[in-house]
Write a new protein. Structure first.
Length: 215
């Protein structure tokens, strides 16, 4: 009788702590930070539901090209509802994903309907706040903002490529360079606005990521 009472008490407690099914539509990826220097990737996930998520983790992330850029395992025992939690994972090497990203968020549904693991597929489009942490001191831009031409000054590299993407992560301009100073004609772009410049070295590694404004 005591064992039955204890089991009923534990079930009541589990339901009290909200270990049921989270509404996927109320989960939002607030930011993604890729650090190619430290080979890490961080995700900020906001849970707008009143249900906590238990044993949550990001199983894997697939970019717009279909490449799996991250694998993960359990980060937390529980992350609270109505709050943003951060998930940090190691990368095997530097990455330069194409956006948007499909992020597979997995958590345990222990007491709700069909107990077990549930997966929410979250979509993340690169925004002005998302960024790749690199030593951006190696590249300087001027003037920025600009209404026509912008100059890239590279501290060390003399050969490589500059790739411009819009705020949705779509590549809009590719420029090869073979000197430490590169003049880029922004008039080649279809529209004015905010863009991101990925500066690659001769081997294709990202050495800097810069935000620029074509006004």
């Amino acid at each position: 009788m005591k064992n039955i009472t204890l089991i009923l008490f534990l079930i009541t407690q589990l339901n009290t702590f909200g270990q049921g099914k989270v509404n996927c539509s109320l989960l939002q990826v607030t930011d993604v930070i890729i650090n190619n220097s430290n080979l890490s990737m961080e995700f900020g996930i906001y849970n707008g539901d009143t249900m906590d998520s238990h044993y949550p983790f990001i199983a894997f992330t697939i970019d717009n090209s279909g490449d799996t850029i991250q694998h993960g395992d359990i980060n937390w025992f529980v992350t609270p509802a109505l709050d943003t939690s951060w998930y940090n994972y190691n990368l095997l090497g530097p990455i330069s994903p194409s956006f948007p990203l499909n992020i597979y968020f997995v958590y345990s549904n222990l007491t709700g309907s069909n107990p077990g693991s549930d997966t929410c597929i979250l979509n993340y489009t690169q925004t002005i706040t998302s960024h790749i942490k690199i030593d951006n001191r190696t590249v300087k831009l001027f003037p920025n903002p600009s209404d026509n031409y912008i100059t890239f000054n590279l501290k060390h590299q003399t050969h490589g490529q500059i790739i411009l993407t819009d705020i949705l992560g779509k590549e809009v301009l590719i420029e090869n360079y073979n000197s430490k100073q590169v003049l880029l004609d922004l008039n080649r772009l279809k529209s004015k606005g905010t863009y991101f410049a990925k500066i690659l070295d001769f081997d294709g590694n990202i050495i800097a990521l810069k935000k620029l404004v074509y006004q």
